[in-house]
Design a protein around this ligand. Sequence first.
Ligand code: NI
Length: 305
Amino acid sequence: MKKIFPMIVFSCMTAVVLLICIYRSLQQEDAAGGTPEIADAVLGAENMQKDAAWEAAMTADVTPGMALTTGAAAEETDMTVAADATPETDMTVAEDATPETEAVAAWEKETTWETEAEWDEIKRVALTFDDGPHPVYTVKLLNGLAERGVQATFFVIGENIPGNEEIIARMDQEGHLIGNHTYDHVKITDLSVEAACEQVERTSALVKEITGKDTEYVRPPFGSWRKDLECSFEMILVLWDVDPLDWTTCNVSDVVRRVLEAVGPDDIILLHDYYESSVDAALLIVDALMEQGYVFVTVDELILE
Ligand code: NI
């Protein structure tokens, strides 16, 4: 399918070009006394060809993870590979005649098995921070992450939000994912269904007031969760793979070492932005893992794979 698709697009485009040539020659005939009906018929056929090309493009079996979008105007073919595919494959077909074939060639080249295998080999890891926001340490962490161009996931406590609304807004603006860590750090399994929902709903409402988004990703304190919860918004449970117990020590290098010894591709690392030592450790962990070729993603990118 991967090879057939560009061939279909190419064939249809070739047909369109041929029809344009016929149409133009008929137009010249028309100027010299040809019948306008023939020209109209050719134009109609040409449009049908275009429609068929778009139909093929829209219904084609595109490789998972790649989205094919077409512009509203029929003349503009805007083929974009979604951000979760390789970023270089963003190609736009210009309006003039030749670039279509170049774009098809580029498309074919970029969607080979080799590049997909390379994509699968990317070592992804998600940094997650519980218990914030903290007015000082979370800001320090956001500064460090911004300097490194890294996004993380923050499971915030509702009662820490009032007074720190700007920090929540900044997390959202800078591409971090904001998750829910209950309103006042309770053990969900100790509560009734109603009380448990109130815990996550209060926090989600505070975040939504700032960002306009619900906190779909929930990390329950102590990792204890009850599956029978159906609250007012969709919830996705997020636990972790690497827990350095950062809150048990102020020793930055201990935290760094514990994480680096345990981490592997597709892991979720648990840290707390409520302690300065954890924040300092987190930035050292980022530097070390970047050097090892890791790419930092938010938890939704690991969980929804
Ligand atoms: Ni916690």
